[in-house]
Design a protein around this ligand. Structure first.
Ligand SMILES: [Zn+2]
Length: 208
């Protein structure tokens, strides 16, 4: 089984277990599809306080698999304090519901590391492109890392198999080819890579 931990496409395909990230306005997918839902930092400037409250309420009650993608983005003009506040509110909901979190983080890894003790359930940093040293700090802090179409090869090579996920995000590259490339870079066979990620996936429903 291939696991695609983060995609924006609702496209069930055989032998792939995917977690589809829904937009806040989207209706729920057909039953037994896994999805994540959350207020992305990019959405903050366009939302009124009452819309944010409405979305948070949805995140509190929908039968979601994970809360996400949520997080911090310093390249976006929205105020970082507001981003942190909303991020914390959603982490609290994930803790209460015992759900994993899918994190969007751009140029705000120090701030993320400062929040590490807030996470009571597994949290995955999606689309990770950072260097090996940052990867090490994040793994030590208990985060999982997910790699998509573009990544730092050295980082992928060095990331422990028990900390790793793969994703397509919004790219058209099939998840199978990302698995293939990562297996080559990590000098491991496809079967062991699939097995390792399946094990990680099972750990998502446990406590951090
Ligand atoms: Zn995404």
């Amino acid at each position: 089984m291939y696991i695609n931990i983060h995609t924006h496409k609702l496209q069930p395909s055989e032998n792939v277990l995917a977690v589809a990230n829904l937009s806040l306005q989207a209706s729920l997918p057909a039953s037994n599809e896994l999805f994540s839902l959350g207020i992305h930092p990019w959405d903050i400037p366009s939302l009124t306080p009452s819309q944010i409250e409405e979305h948070l309420e949805r995140i509190r009650i929908e039968p979601l698999f994970a809360i996400g993608e949520i997080g911090l983005d310093k390249l976006k003009s929205s105020d970082l304090t507001a981003q942190i506040e909303l991020f914390k509110a959603q982490i609290a909901i994930a803790n209460q519901r015992e759900k994993p979190i899918i994190i969007h983080c751009v140029k705000a890894f120090n701030e993320l590391l400062q929040l590490k003790s807030a996470f009571k359930n597994p949290a995955i940093i999606h689309g990770f492109r950072g260097k090996p040293s940052l990867m090490e700090n994040l793994c030590k802090a208990g985060f999982f890392l997910s790699f998509g179409e573009r990544f730092n090869e050295k980082t992928v090579e060095e990331t422990p198999l028990d900390r790793l996920f793969l994703e397509t995000d919004d790219s058209k590259t099939p998840i199978q080819s990302i698995y293939q490339r990562v297996a080559e870079i990590k000098h491991c066979d496809l079967t062991s890579l699939k097995k390792a990620i399946e094990e990680n996936f099972k750990r998502l429903s446990a406590k951090r």
